[in-house]
Design a protein around this ligand. Structure first.
Ligand SMILES: C[S@@+](CC[C@H](N)C(=O)[O-])C[C@H]1O[C@@H](n2cnc3c(N)ncnc32)[C@H](O)[C@@H]1O
Length: 266
């Protein structure tokens, strides 16, 4: 029997890949700790400008920004819209969103303290729905169905293009076999299965893992993605860090590539 692409369940493949890549769900508290950092770096970044430049706001008066963080995408657009809803499960991110809105004199920004996985019955349908760098979910098919259901006109999202997040030397030193997290191509295929023929573009942003200042910072960053390291792993990582010249620690400063995926509602 011939197997074709139509026989593949990309939603299932994505979920299996997440498990195989050992990407465990992060609690909101983990993102709380990054709110101040993101509040400083994200607004007006080259990335935010590139994202917004690719959007079409024609006939749009409302926007839902899912995983909004400090308002990287939603806030710069608020002066051109009637209302912007920023949805995030991290209270500290929403505090940053609200503080930024007040600072900019914006009175049309509403924070929604919800997770991707929560019941979205009370989330309003908006003309535009955005999910910028926030689609690191366990169930992509469910997340995409939610974005589509809340959009009246257009959806815009970014998801990482596959790559190892860390220097391969560091991962080798840990002795772990690491599968990169699932990348954007699952999204294109899941959408296709939903009857949506998405547009695809790419954006580059500066790597947030630009050289770690010292060993402790490197270990903290790796643990952020992979979970706590054992004392043995920490020992091997320290040996590697001491042995390798900073110039040989590759990957760190290379730009991150994001797939920019969008679709129109019929
Ligand atoms: C990398 S930040 C991106 C923030 C912003 N959209 C940007 O592009 O700068 C990811 C955001 O998604 C939020 N997030 C992560 N997992 C989430 C979940 N399960 N439900 C709701 N928000 C989530 C985090 O709290 C964080 O604010």
């Amino acid at each position: 029997m011939t197997v074709t692409i139509a026989d593949l369940d990309f939603g299932r493949l994505y979920r299996d890949h997440m498990i195989a890549a050992a990407r465990i769900p992060r609690p909101a508290s983990a993102w709380d700790t990054r709110a101040a950092d993101l509040q400083q770096k994200a607004p007006n970044s080259r990335y935010a400008q590139a994202f917004i430049a690719r959007m079409d706001l024609a006939d749009a008066s409302t926007l839902l920004d899912v995983g909004c963080g400090p308002g990287t995408i939603g806030l710069p657009l608020a002066p051109r819209l009637e209302r912007v809803y920023g949805l995030d499960y991290s209270r500290a991110m929403l505090d940053a969103l609200e503080a930024n809105a007040v600072r900019q004199g914006l009175t049309n920004v509403t924070a929604l303290n919800l997770a991707w996985e929560d019941d979205w019955s009370d989330v309003p349908v908006c003309d535009i729905v955005v999910a910028s760098r926030s689609t690191n979910v366990q169930d992509m098919a469910a997340a995409l169905a939610k974005l589509d259901a809340k959009a009246r006109r257009r959806v815009y999202l970014t998801h990482q293009v596959a790559r190892h997040q860390f220097d391969p030397g560091a991962i080798e030193a840990l002795g772990r076999k690491l599968l990169p997290p699932p990348d954007y191509i699952y999204i294109v295929n899941i959408l296709h299965g939903m009857g949506i023929h998405a547009r695809l573009d790419y954006i580059e942003s500066d790597h947030r893992l630009a050289p770690a200042a010292d060993f402790d910072e490197l270990a903290r960053r790796i643990a952020w993605s992979l979970g706590a390291l054992t004392p043995e792993e920490l020992g091997r990582l320290r040996d590697w860090h001491e042995r390798s010249a900073p110039s040989a620690r590759s990957n760190a400063a290379a730009p991150m590539r994001w797939a920019f995926i969008s679709w129109d509602k019929p």
